[in-house]
Design a protein around this ligand. Structure first.
Ligand code: NAD
Ligand code: MG
Length: 299
């Protein structure tokens, strides 16, 4: 059965949709279900092989995009999964929770705004209660709004980006740390923006660089405790973050065209990286940032 379903060699150039795409503005945070085309999160393709059997994961932003692809993969690898998301994303989240359950694992959604420090604490406490522990923390939720000029970047906008992308991982990780056993992992979602910032992502790019420093510092602090800390730096990936203001709509039309593969990545194409970083066979990988950017970008 495994042999029948698995395609062993695929041309990355032809595997997924290429630009041009339709303009498709949505209000923040956007829904995956409304994207044209709908992204691939591995719903019909990801096959597990027990790599995360019995593990307990919390994934922020697990309703859509990269976090959703990680949630589906983790469940199919044998982990129980809690996803967090904003209340307006309940319909995307319901689909993910159903997929986790159909993989035979426990799946729970805990909606709430991670720019609120007291919610971040509750999120971790409720996760630990539901899963009877936590040993994989994926700080993946993010906020990105393109602003052409610094003069148009408001203090509220700046604050929202910093709170979501820097403060929330701090609050959530601090709350989780007393519960993390030896062998646990923390995974951050950074970006190519950390290394080569775009002119219209002044605030966002700074937060993604902060995510790299988070990984590098915390890996040193937690290495002696047997806890690994790594990050992923995606390039352009087809998600609602981008279509709901992360890029100007003109840039959505050509999204991913500038990469050597000539197209954006799909969330499904990153899932195996999140699995690899969480799995105990990657036990010597800590303090690292893994890239997935279609041939350009860093690291
Ligand atoms: P996405 O929109 O699918 O996921 C982002 C999620 O963040 C949302 O689903 C939402 O649930 C969550 N979120 C945002 N603000 C929140 C808040 N205040 N409270 C709770 N949840 C909140 O998009 P994605 O692209 O999969 O984003 C996931 C991560 O990937 C982000 O950290 C983003 O910075 C990073 N990233 C994305 C790309 C890309 O091209 N899509 C590239 C590099 C890095
Ligand atoms: Mg979402």
């Amino acid at each position: 059965m495994l042999e029948q379903n698995r395609k062993t060699i695929e041309n990355p150039l032809n595997k997924y949709p290429k630009p041009p795409f339709e303009k498709q503005p949505q209000e923040v945070p956007g829904l995956s279900s409304k994207m044209l085309p709908v992204p691939d999160h591995g719903e019909n393709s990801y096959q597990g092989s027990g790599r995360l059997l019995g593990r307990k994961a919390l994934i922020t932003g697990g309703d859509s995009g990269i976090g959703r692809a990680a949630a589906i993969a983790y469940a199919r690898e044998g982990a129980d999964v809690v996803i967090n998301y904003l209340p307006e994303e309940q319909s995307d989240a319901d689909e993910v929770i159903a997929l986790i359950k159909s993989a035979g694992r426990q799946g729970y959604g805990i909606p709430g705004d991670i720019t609120d420090p007291s919610f971040c604490k509750q999120l971790v406490e409720q996760t630990v209660e539901k899963l009877e522990g936590i040993d994989i923390l994926v700080n993946n939720a993010g906020h990105q709004q393109a602003v052409e000029s610094l003069l148009d970047l408001t203090e509220e906008g700046f604050d929202e980006t910093i709170k979501t992308n820097i403060y929330a991982p701090f609050w959530i990780t601090k709350a989780a740390l007393p519960h993390l056993p030896e062998g646990a992992v923390i995974i951050a979602t950074s970006s190519v923006q950390a290394y080569d910032p775009s002119e219209n992502l002044f605030d966002y790019a700074q937060t993604k660089a902060a995510n790299v420093a988070f990984v590098k510092s915390l890996a040193k602090q937690l290495g002696p405790k047997g806890i690994r800390v790594n990050g992923v730096a995606p390039g352009p990936v087809w998600t609602p973050l981008q279509t709901s203001g992360g890029q100007p709509q003109d840039a959505i039309v050509e999204f991913g065209a500038q990469t050597p593969l000539g197209r954006p990545g799909q969330p499904a194409e990153l899932a195996s990286i999140y699995v690899q970083l969480a799995a105990s066979d990657a036990s010597y990988a800590t303090g690292q940032i893994y890239g997935a950017a279609g041939g350009s970008g860093h690291p």
